[in-house]
Design a protein around this ligand. Structure first.
Ligand SMILES: [Zn+2]
Length: 440
């Protein structure tokens, strides 16, 4: 049982683009952590056993949802340009040992809590080692500690030599092997299936090679069929136009990263009978590609090839974003936190990026990161807006994010499923923040 709360005198932002800010509202949160009532201050009777918190002048909105992140790292720059032999050694002798797995789990828990304290009440992990994300989700859901709502993918699904393989992925080279890998992940308790349809910037050896097609339509379709029949969504890593086509034809529910579109692709996004909802949503990750494509290699320490591929992927992804906006394709917000220069605590940077580069306004990006993300992830029945009956997943700010999106970088309180974090503490990485602040 939680404490029941009355949050008084709030300026309420519902999360829904079509609803206006409401002043002087009171939100009642019951012992089950659910939003029980939302009324104007003067016409609400507050039960005497409720803890009243006066939030005069403050702004309350739904907790942020990060639709694409990884818990295994924190956004400090790292380089993968070491030999495969060295990676194998590090994996066998360090990561995949009892000690290594314990360190990994602690680090993942730290990253999840850091994100939560920064206002991210729901996060979807899309590629982790050893089902550690499943363990953390279960510990949170069992009440072992107060944590975010976690939706977890476990290992990626890839092909031999494919993106994320062999360490971060289960490898399959036919529709039946791919089905088996879905079943393995399901047996371990995942909430969704993450697949790699194309390569990525990190594994491209030549300029123009990032986004090379790796899975076939038959493999993607088998994975989607296997996942969808038990109601699981399929998220696809894709970094090229042809990759997007294959993923959409196979019936995936979200395209992660994305690329420039043609008419067939636009049609398939909007009307995809093989996807669980009948359409496919796009989850770009602009901030993840931007620093390595725009910063000098003396800062990022990446090779000229990586920088050029990042630029190609970023430009194509941004074109895809603009086309998605023009054509009313559903767009969610994910950051790819864990990648170099993408931290778990600054989701506002990704939102700010859409405002600068795609002319979206504050209201639109706030809707995307709350209501729309919840819908895309299939959790809109419990979170994503401030509505009676939903979980009390809320963030409280001094400043109005409808006026300054950067208000989201300074969260005064966080509530997740009715558990109030009254003095959140966020561990920031100064070197990364300094670089990002210098980018624009
Ligand atoms: Zn990712």
């Amino acid at each position: 049982m939680n404490t029941a709360y009355a949050l008084k005198n709030v300026n309420l932002i519902h999360g829904d683009l079509n609803r206006n800010l409401q002043k002087n509202m009171t939100i009642l949160v019951n012992e089950q952590g659910l939003i029980q009532d939302i009324r104007r201050d003067h016409d609400l009777n507050i039960p005497s056993h409720y803890t009243t918190i006066d939030l005069s002048g403050k702004y309350v909105m739904p907790g942020l949802i990060n639709a694409h992140m990884h818990l295994f790292a924190d956004g400090k720059p790292f380089s993968l340009s070491v030999s495969e032999g060295l990676l194998q050694f590090a994996y066998d002798r360090i990561l995949n040992t009892k000690f290594g797995r314990n360190v990994l789990k602690k680090r993942m828990k730290h990253n999840a809590l850091n994100a939560l304290h920064a206002g991210v009440t729901t996060m979807r992990s899309v590629g982790e080692f050893f089902y550690t994300d499943v363990q953390l989700r279960d510990e949170i859901n069992n009440g072992d500690f107060v944590g975010p709502n976690l939706l977890v993918s476990g290992f990626l699904l890839s092909v031999t030599g494919g993106h994320g393989a062999p360490f971060l992925a289960l490898v399959g080279d036919s529709p039946w092997e791919a089905r088996k890998n879905v079943r393995i992940n399901v047996k371990h308790g995942v909430d969704l299936i993450k697949i790699c349809v194309t390569g990525g910037v990190t594994d491209a050896k030549m300029v123009g090679e990032a986004g090379r097609l790796q899975m076939t339509v038959e493999e993607v379709a088998a994975i989607c069929d296997e996942a969808h029949k038990i109601g699981l969504r399929v998220a696809a890593h894709v970094e090229s136009t042809e990759g997007v086509r294959v993923a959409l034809q196979g019936g995936v529910d979200t395209i992660e990263h994305g690329s420039e579109m043609d008419d067939e692709i636009i049609r398939l996004y909007k009307n995809n009978s093989n996807a669980l909802n009948g359409y496919t949503a796009l989850i770009p990750t602009l901030q993840a590609a931007y620093p390595s494509s725009s910063l000098d290699t003396s800062v990022t320490k990446v090779s000229a090839t990586v920088k050029e591929n990042s630029r190609l992927v970023y430009d194509s992804m941004l074109k895809g974003v603009k086309q998605a906006i023009e054509n009313d394709i559903t767009i969610g917000i994910g950051t790819d936190a864990a990648m170099p220069y993408v931290t778990h605590y600054d989701m506002w940077r990704e939102m700010d990026h859409y405002m600068r580069q795609a002319n979206l306004n504050n209201k639109q990006v706030i809707d995307m990161v709350t209501r729309t993300n919840a819908k895309i992830l299939g959790v809109d029945d419990v979170t994503g807006t401030v509505d009676i009956g939903k979980h009390a997943d809320l963030i409280i700010m001094e400043q109005n994010p409808l006026e300054h999106i950067e208000a989201l970088s300074d969260i005064s309180m966080v509530m997740v499923k009715g558990n109030l974090i009254q003095t959140p503490s966020v561990t920031r990485i100064q070197e990364v923040d300094d670089v990002l602040n210098s980018v624009w």
